[in-house]
Ligand binder design. Structure first.
Ligand code: EPU
Length: 338
């Protein structure tokens, strides 16, 4: 276990915000986490993963806690399906590379999403037609109040688009220690999401003979082309969620914008926030030390030395423009710590 008072958080958030916390604690096992709770050391705490979906707006006057629980363990298989139990502190992209190396498939479309396994189950990360919830079987963790263990099935986790019970009702009440995923020994590529097939052709790959490694490489290529590298320019991926609007709202927008991109789902019509932001004139624009990314306007970036407030000011300016133009209030996807 590592404990540090008055610790720097610069290396713990991909936005590159230079703030500090009263204490930083990193634990490596479930026992260590339970011990911390028993000793009453986890009050006023913020649990973080790799800090790739966080915006700190000020120094954190409390304890920031990070899980380094590792391990990737095969639990068993039924037919072609294999269950693997993974520690919350494992880097999600390492998990994908490891699984493909072991001939366990399913996670390819989530390649290169930054962050760790624990956070993937909180945030229900998703990209290119796949979401973490499609593979999550069970989530194990610790109640931060009592230190007791819990295990939840997929349906108990309340998963929806970028949503889970851990992000809402159980926020600050539970810490995830392990996630069990169901993967497959058969490689069944998911290629429906716009742009994947085109990118495969550009890479010279044939759909009929496609391997999981080739699909992973293609997804990584698409992400590198569209999304800024946080090591070069601080950011936390999509800053906003894609809004899901009612049919009525959609028809109103479509009347004035016949080409509005959209996806129909059970709960309404999803409109890409990137499109709304671009139409509102913000693509590539800078405000102070924060900017809207020029290739993917859904992403806000640290243009150099930005504070959390600089990013929030830009967030609010973008939201205001989108609301004035379309009557839709964008919601941040990033966890804003004020
Ligand atoms: N678009 C524009 N202008 C642009 C870029 C995009 O109008 O400059 C419109 C286009 O109509 C495009 C549509 O937005 O077809 C969708 O764009 P894209 O495929 O890049 O995906 P997204 O909906 O903007 C979501 C996720 C991303 C994920 C991609 C790919 C959210 C909030 N974001 O973005 O996730 O990588 O799909 O699946 O759902 C993240 O969560 O950090 C993240 C990057």
């Amino acid at each position: 276990m590592r404990r540090e008072k008055n610790a720097a958080l610069l290396g713990h958030n991909t936005f590159g915000i230079d703030v500090r916390c009263a204490e930083f604690i990193e634990y490596e096992t479930t026992d260590e986490l339970q011990e911390l709770i028993r000793r009453g050391g986890l009050r006023n705490t913020l649990h973080i993963g790799a800090g790739s979906n966080l915006l700190f707006c000020a120094d954190y006057d409390g304890c920031v806690v990070h899980s380094k629980i590792g391990g990737i363990e095969i639990l068993g298989s039924k037919g072609d399906e294999v269950e693997i139990r993974v520690g919350a502190g494992v880097t999600f992209d390492h998990l994908i590379a490891h699984c493909i190396g072991q001939g366990l498939y399913g996670l390819e479309n989530l390649s290169l999403i930054p962050g760790e396994v624990g956070a993937s189950a909180v945030q229900n990360i998703g990209a290119y037609g796949a979401e973490a919830k499609d593979f999550i079987r069970r989530v194990e963790g610790i109640w931060l109040g009592s230190g007791e263990k819990f295990a939840m099935t997929n349906s108990e986790c309340g998963y929806a688009y970028r949503r889970s019970i851990f992000k809402e009702e159980l926020r600050s009440k539970a810490a995830i220690t392990h996630v069990t995923f169901a993967l497959n020994r058969n490689f069944v590529p998911r290629l429906e999401y716009g742009g994947i097939r085109q990118a495969l052709v550009q890479n010279g790959y044939d759909e009929e003979t496609l391997t999981a490694e080739q699909l992973r490489e293609t997804i990584i290529g698409i992400r590198r082309q569209k999304l800024p590298d946080p090591d070069v320019q601080g950011n936390a991926g999509s800053f906003f969620m894609n809004p899901i609007v009612s049919d009525e709202t959609f028809r109103r927008i479509e009347k004035e914008n016949p080409d509005v991109p959209h996806y129909r789902g059970d709960d309404g019509v999803k409109i890409p926030a990137a499109w709304l932001i671009e139409q509102s004139g913000w693509k590539g624009r800078t405000l102070g030390r924060a900017a809207v990314h020029a290739r993917q306007p859904l992403v806000l970036v640290n243009a150099g030395g930005a504070t959390g407030d600089d990013i929030l000011r830009l967030c609010e300016a973008v939201c205001k423009s989108v609301e004035e133009r379309f009557g839709i209030r964008l919601k941040p996807e990033v966890n804003i710590i004020r």
